[in-house]
Design a protein around this ligand. Structure first.
Ligand code: 13P
Ligand code: SF4
Length: 359
């Protein structure tokens, strides 16, 4: 069951297109320029007692820099946890806006910078707080569960925030308590949660513009070409793609599955930024981008998030050297969003302890 009316969807799509027109990968630096830029960033990180936290979808050079300088690369849950637990005075978050906001809410005393404040997410855009609040008001008896890919204001209205790595566990937990769920914004992840756990889930109607482009028909053709390859998919992909997949999980879980599974080739249905880490983790395995197609497909929608692509060495250097692009969150919104975010971190910690306890 979904909520958003089609007029709303049309206007969301227009907003997304406008952002896409402005977004796009910055021009590449020459190897010598990149080295200069890196060494400047290194000394700025030291000078400002700052740590770089990067998502797997960002440029490989940023991921390497994060790891080389004591920072972190991970999925959105792990980024939130690292930002919260580390004792740097400043965090610079390479990713999209909700990741920077999450870091700021969880660590109000830290300065949180981003290489750009324009890097948003189609899920965040498609879930404006005014409409979402009406949706919640119309279903007061449901537990409000929102995906991390939302604004701080939407999180402030939620009982739970989840990421793709713990969405199933949270839904199972709530369902066992007889609770009904109101889920926003990603309909594909929400419906995957519904099918897998059997929970009673009322869905908001939005999708990730990158994952929505993966198509099952193309995937079938590709599987015929690579019969021994396992298919790994992020749960933001459409149902038909998930049903064909050998493994469905968050970005970190996809990387772990690629190391664990015996196959020597994988077709991967998520942003191609992840190939940097996949290849690093298993240099002898082959990774193939799952096919994207469809009437609305554009080059920019071909398995690469246009907003993640806005993070570059240069934008990172500019942000650190001035410093600019600090994330600020309204204090009341931050106070209310802190509750479901802390709940998410505590729930995830509990899960880890339980899994370790069972092992
Ligand atoms: P992960 O939490 O799996 O890293 O996903 C974040 C995201 O934006 C996927 O598109
Ligand atoms: Fe949002 Fe999709 Fe980009 Fe992830 S890949 S940040 S869900 S638009």
């Amino acid at each position: 069951m979904t909520n958003t009316p089609s007029s709303q969807l049309a206007s969301d799509q227009m907003i997304v297109r406008r952002y896409l027109a402005r977004a796009g990968a910055p021009p590449a630096l020459s190897p010598a320029e990149a080295e200069d830029c890196k060494s400047e960033i290194l000394s700025l990180l030291r000078k400002r007692n700052a740590l770089l936290v990067a998502h797997y979808y960002t440029d490989g050079a940023l991921q390497e820099l994060a790891e080389e300088t004591g920072g972190f690369v991970g999925d959105s849950l792990e980024m939130a946890r690292f930002g919260h637990d580390c004792d740097a005075e400043m965090l610079i978050v390479a990713g999209v806006r909700f990741m920077g906001e999450t870091a700021k809410i969880l660590s109000p005393k830290k300065t949180v910078l981003m290489p750009t404040l324009d890097a948003t997410c189609s899920l965040d855009i498609a879930c404006p707080i005014e409409d979402f609040a009406q949706f919640c008001d119309a279903h007061p008896d449901r537990e409000v569960v929102v995906y991390a890919n939302t604004s701080a204001a939407v999180k402030a209205r939620a009982d739970w925030v989840v990421t793709s790595s713990i969405a199933l566990e949270v839904a199972e937990y709530l369902s066992e308590q007889g609770k009904q769920i109101l889920w926003a914004p990603d309909k594909h992840l929400g419906s995957y949660v519904q099918r897998t756990t059997g929970a009673d889930v009322l869905l908001w109607d939005a999708a990730c513009i990158v994952h929505e482009e993966f198509k099952s028909r193309g995937l079938e053709d590709m599987r015929r070409l690579h019969p021994n390859a396992a298919i790994l998919a992020h749960p933001e992909s459409p149902q038909a793609v998930l049903e064909m997949s050998d493994f469905v999980g968050s970005t970190t879980q996809i990387i772990s599955a690629s190391q664990r599974l015996p196959n020597d080739a994988f077709i991967v249905a998520t942003d191609r930024g992840i190939f940097h880490k996949l290849q690093q983790a298993s240099p002898h395995k082959k990774f193939i981008v799952a096919p994207t197609a469809g009437e609305d497909a554009t080059c920019r929608s071909c398995a690469h998030c246009p907003w993640m692509a806005m993070n570059s060495l240069e934008s990172l250097r500019t942000s650190l050297s001035n410093p600019v692009n600090a994330i600020e969150v309204n204090s009341e919104v931050a106070r209310d969003a802190m509750k479901p975010l802390t709940r998410m971190l505590e729930f995830a910690k509990e899960q880890r302890l339980t899994v370790r306890g069972k092992a």
